[in-house]
Structure formats: C-alpha cells, structure tokens
Design a protein around this ligand. Structure first.
Ligand code: GLV
Ligand code: MN
Ligand code: MN
Length: 416
C-alpha cells in the first residue's frame, strides 16, 4: 500500500512557533492549564486549524475539537490529539506534539487533495497535567464520562482560583457539550518521556497500554517553635517527619517490582529558616503496570506515613486524591501502528507507557492506541526535554498514515 508523508519543515515551524507561548529562558515552557499562555496557544491553534479548513467546537470543559469533514459524515469519526498545557518549567514537546502532529496531518491531506471517508477530529484536551488543577486529564475524563464536570469546575488552584472561573476568564468555556457520537478509533501521538527508545535505538514506540496511577496528599501537623531555644529531643518538627517519610517512600519504590513512587510537591509552613515547621503538605505519585504490586506499594506507603508520624511526635493525614486503572490499548490498533511503522521503514518497539495521557480515559470508551517517539536523554517534564526533528517527523508520518487507514475503514468496520 502507498504511504504518504507530512511536511517536516512545516511541522518544525508549527512546533517552534507554539513553543513561544510560555517560553522559559532555558528553552522550555511554563503553560499551565487555563493561564494566559494556555489561552494564547489555544488562539494560535484555532487560527491554524481554521486556516486548514477545520471547523472548531469548544465544549464546557474548554476541550477544543477541530473537525476535518469526511465524505460520509454519518460514519463514526476518528480522533487524534493531546494537550497544550505544560508542567511548570516543562518541555516544548509534551502534549503539544500530538496536537501539532494532527494539524500537520490535516495540512498534508489538504496538500494531497485527499478527502477521507470519515471525519477526522483533532483535539486539544484541557488540563492534562494536573499541576495547577488536580487531578489531571480532566477534560478527557469528563468527555469520556469518567469525571464529573461540575466537580472539575469547582477545583481550585493554590491561589484559590477555580477551574470554572479561569476557563471563563480565558474565554474557553463553551456553551454546550460536543457529542460526535461513538468514535471509530483514537490515536494519541506523544514523546516517550523516558529512556527506552533511545537506549534501544528505536524510532517508534508502540505502547501496549498506560500504567495505573495513584495520587495522595499528605498533611503533617507538628508543633511550630523557635529554632534556637527548643531542645532537639523536645521537637515535633513537621519537616523532620516529612524528610523521614520521603526518604522511606523512595526506598519502597526502589525495592518494589517495577512500581515508581515520587514525592513531587512540598509545602512547609511557615517556611522560615529559624522556625521549627508546624505543618507540611506534600504529594505522592505512585504508578505501575501491575495493579496488585502498585496497591501493595501504596499500602506500604500508608503504613510508613503513619509510623514516621508516630515516631516524630507529629500527626499525618493521608488523602487519596486520584486513582486511574491501567489502560491496555486496543491490540489491533497497536498492530496497525507497528505495521505502518514497518511500511515507512521505521524501527518500532513494543513497550509500556510510564507516563499518563488523556488516552487513559478515552481508551475506556473508544478503541485507542498511542505512537511514541524518543526523548533525548530520557528527559521530560523539564526544560531540557528534546526530541529530534527527524523523529518528530517520523512519528507524525506514522500518525498520518494510521489516520488515513482508519478514516478510510468502510462502513460497518469496527475495532470494538
Ligand atoms: C502527565 O504528564 C503525567 O504522566 O502525570
Ligand atoms: Mn503529555
Ligand atoms: Mn506531562
């Protein structure tokens, strides 16, 4: 079968131009969900997609759907896309590559004068990262019917601003939901965000699914006191308790069978050098492919938190903030990606996604799979995040050809 190609220079231009929104001095981006930078990037995306002939729909979560009409609009459409929000001091590729990859696929189809059978929808999901508003993947979670819209609108950031008010402020709260009906297939194109592809010398990653995820928030209470006169053996120091918990959480992850555990956010109070801290709020992120082992690790962490609070004379409240089961992808769509990579002469590797993605929710209602490209040095969620332009183009070529095949699947064909 003939393959078609994206335009690598145009893809690079899209990626370079969009990286200006929230650009940081060290080459990354800070484009937190529903910030001014997110709004400006959304405006840019909308202009590009509309120039490329797509219709735009915006739902009540601020998810943006760019629709390229197919020949038979009654057929279930094919979806692709990702997110344009980033971590604080995050990278220029995480999420946005999947949207701009979809945009480039639309442009390449336009260049080829191709009309596909089914509608192609490229989507920008709101708040994938969950860094400013917790949990993450909120836009896709509500779209998939797995999270409640009103509850998500009520989420607050650390300044007390709500998701709903911020969505309205940036002008992206749509008036109604977008309901394209059942979807035929969903692809998310993304950087790997880990070291596997680079170490194995592979260009395309074909994940069999996404690991399961558990988030916790821990609130430690000690006794605030003066750093000078208070004897060491009479302290109830919340930072000391935190340090012992964090060190043990790392060790539990290290000793586990393939589970990772991360303490990512720490908020001590009053955060002053000559005060024994009275409070610490910190977060824990636990992930693994094996749900049983992941839950065993979580139980061990819960026990450790209680034990370290006891021995440091503090109290600790541990709240389970978010939980998503692992997401095994559709095997036939994963095979389609593998076969397409082969047709394009690109070496492909089966793997697991250690990062989470919007497809974790979309996968629950739509046959889904993902396409990965290498992350240089395995670095991501950091300003140094990098993927070569050649690899960006290779992944976009795989995406384009998978979209062509699935958008041209005849009436009645189903992956479900
Ligand atoms: C998001 O990028 C995540 O994997 O947490
Ligand atoms: Mn991402
Ligand atoms: Mn991310």
């Amino acid at each position: 079968m003939n393959t078609i190609h994206i335009n690598p220079e145009r893809l690079q231009r899209f990626l370079t131009e969009i990286a200006a929104y929230g650009a940081t001095p060290d080459g990354g981006v800070t484009r937190l969900a529903l910030s001014d930078e997110d709004r400006d990037a959304r405006n840019r995306l909308r202009a590009w997609f509309e120039e490329a002939g797509c219709e735009t729909k915006i739902d009540r979560m601020g998810n943006m759907f760019f629709v390229r009409p197919g020949r038979n609009r009654a057929l279930p459409p094919v979806m692709t896309g990702s997110h344009c929000d980033s971590q604080p001091q995050g990278g220029r590729f995480d999420g946005i590559l999947g949207i701009v990859g979809g945009l480039e696929a639309v442009c390449a189809l336009n260049d080829a004068g191709a009309t596909l059978e089914r509608d192609l929808i490229v989507v920008n999901w709101t708040n994938e990262e969950g860094s400013r508003f917790t949990p993450g993947t909120t836009g896709s979670g509500v779209f998939a019917g797995k999270l409640d819209r009103e509850t998500m609108h009520a989420l607050k950031d650390r300044d007390g601003l709500t998701f709903g008010a911020e969505l309205e402020r940036i002008g992206y709260k749509g008036d109604e939901d977008f309901n394209p009906g059942p979807l035929h297939a969903n692809f998310e194109y993304h950087i790997e965000q880990g070291p596997v592809l680079e170490r194995r010398g592979m260009t395309i990653g074909v994940p069999k699914g996404i690991v399961c995820l558990r988030w916790f928030d821990v609130f430690i209470e000690g006794v605030p006191n003066h750093a000078g006169p208070t004897p060491m053996d009479e302290r109830q120091d919340a930072i000391h308790a935190f340090a012992r918990m964090a060190s043990e959480i790392f060790a539990i992850g290290l000793d586990s069978d393939g589970v990772v555990a991360t303490v990512g956010e720490v908020h001590p109070s009053p955060n002053s050098r000559n005060v024994i801290a009275g409070k610490v709020h910190f977060t824990i992120d636990v992930r693994g492919w094996d749900e049983t082992e992941t839950d065993r690790v979580c139980a061990e962490i819960e026990r450790t938190v209680a034990e370290k609070a006891r021995v440091t004379g503090t109290t600790a409240e541990l709240r389970r903030t978010w939980e998503v089961g692992r997401a095994p992808f559709h095997p036939r769509l994963a095979s389609l990606i593998r076969d397409t990579a082969r047709e394009l002469g690109l070496p492909a590797l089966d793997m697991v996604s250690g990062a989470s993605h919007d497809t974790v929710y979309i996968n629950q209602s739509t046959p889904s799979a993902m396409i990965f490209v290498p992350s240089i040095g395995g670095r991501s969620h950091a300003e140094v995040e990098e993927t070569s332009w050649t690899d960006c183009a290779a992944g976009a070529d795989v995406l384009l050809n998978c979209l062509v095949k699935t958008c041209n699947d005849p009436e009645g064909a189903e992956y479900a």
